[in-house]
Design a protein around this ligand. Structure first.
Ligand SMILES: *Cc1c(COP(=O)(O)O)cnc(C)c1O
Length: 419
């Protein structure tokens, strides 16, 4: 694609964009004078679809009018509510419905998955993470190690090479080749939250499995951003939140994936509650525990319907558009963003995210040398909402759902002005 550095060109791209109409289906926050913010933090909290209120109101109405009968009599009977989300969520992450469930929150799901899939022995107990793993993931694996009587130093870090911010998968292969006999689990961010690097999940699964290590993926920055094809990748498990690219509201519930190869294994150790007990006898109440097959077999509690209603609103939008169309726009939009940043031509600015569109989602992490957080403040004063990471990186995520080519053009012009 041949890009041009002009507002008219950006506006032309918006005119040709088949998905441009979606922006109007979201609330775009505005400043005091009624000007739209340039919102580049869909990787942190996605914006609210205008339809979300209706979906939540439906459940509030049914609760008001039906009380407990809403479990059966609501327009969307609550008893089955999580099932309304499964097929659509499965499509977003490239999984089979039996492999996916929406429940709990992300870190909680990682722990529940490690209960089943982190089964250390005296000699095979270490856990591999990226050196720049998201803090919550690091704390989760360290606490699992300690819980099983090991030390938090038994984490093995997969580090970028000197002079690069990015991970090289050959280095993971070496770690597993050399230390695989001691490694029980690989828990890797499929799209790294800091650099935006999208890793080859299939290759990670092959590397891990070559030495009988379990492979788990955190998809917080992947779900709704790239198509991870979880089933074909062969990874054992994955989890992701829905409040980032999936636009389901602050602190909303998370997704969980367990590969089909484990679906019928009722011997996997796990925690139990009434919601992973066999649906058909759940309400007999006096039956011995009988675990459900598939990802549903990791649920514990009956879920919060109001939060699920927000997820339903968002997933209906994703389903209408499809990940293919979203990805197509996303590559173009982020490509244009990259082009404009490069056009600034300043030596102090460097994009640390991979150049290859197949190795990234929509986010670009821009390193600005010789600066500090005041740059971020100046951007914010100009209505540009980005995310600052110490010491010198701005993370910006133009999302294909509600960001325009004009947003990207304006953002880069203002950034150039500030610099
Ligand atoms: C956002 C994010 C989290 C947040 O975890 P919660 O349990 O939802 O608070 C965890 N891990 C990664 C990689 C994230 O990007």
């Amino acid at each position: 694609m041949k890009y041009k550095n002009s507002l008219a060109f950006a506006q032309q791209l918006d005119k040709e964009d088949q998905l441009a109409y979606l922006r109007n289906q979201f609330y775009i926050p505005k400043d005091k004078n009624g000007n739209d913010w340039l919102y580049f933090t869909g990787n942190s909290l996605g914006l609210q679809p205008k339809s979300t209120k209706e979906y939540i109101n439906q459940e509030l109405e049914d609760w008001a009018n039906l009380g407990v009968e809403g479990h059966f009599e609501a327009k969307n009977p609550w008893l089955h509510y999580h099932e309304y989300l499964t097929d659509k969520m499965a499509k977003i992450v490239g999984a089979k419905p039996v492999e996916v469930v929406v429940m709990n929150t992300l870190t909680t799901n990682l722990h529940l998955l490690m209960v089943s899939f982190y089964r250390p022995t005296k000699s095979k107990y270490k856990i591999v993470i990226e050196s720049d793993a998201f803090p919550s993931d690091r704390y989760a694996v360290q606490s699992q190690l300690k819980f099983h009587g090991f030390s938090e130093d038994d984490v093995i870090e997969w580090k970028p090479r000197k002079g690069s911010a990015l991970l090289n998968i050959d280095d993971l292969e070496k770690i597993v080749e050399n230390q695989g006999d001691e490694i029980a689990l690989l828990l890797i961010g499929g799209v790294n939250y800091y650099t935006g690097q999208y890793l080859d999940l299939k290759r990670i699964a092959e590397i891990g499995h070559s030495k009988d290590c379990v492979v788990g993926i955190d998809l917080a920055h992947g779900a709704g951003n790239i198509q991870p094809n979880l089933h074909d990748s062969g990874v054992d498990f994955a989890a992701w939140c829905t409040y980032k690219y999936l636009n389901s509201g602050p602190g909303s519930l998370a997704g969980l994936f367990v590969h089909e190869k484990h679906a019928k294994n009722k011997d996997l150790p796990r925690f139990a509650g009434w919601w992973n007990h066999n649906k058909s006898t759940r309400f007999n109440m006096r039956m011995p525990f009988d675990v459900m097959e598939g990802a549903e077999g990791w649920q514990l509690s009956n879920p919060p319907i109001l939060s699920m209603a927000a997820i339903k609103a968002s997933l209906d939008l994703f389903d209408e558009i499809g990940m293919d169309a979203l990805r197509e726009k996303s590559e173009k939009l982020t490509g244009y963003f990259e082009f404009l940043i490069d056009e600034i031509g300043a030596e102090d600015i460097k994009i640390i995210t991979p150049k290859n569109p197949k190795e990234r989602g929509c986010q670009l992490s821009i390193q600005v040398k010789n600066t500090d957080k005041s740059l971020h403040q100046k951007l914010t004063e100009k209505n540009i909402i980005t995310d600052w990471r110490e010491p010198d990186v701005i993370r910006c995520a133009p999302t294909p759902m509600y960001n325009s080519f004009e947003d990207v053009y304006k953002m880069v012009s203002i950034l150039k002005g500030i610099l």
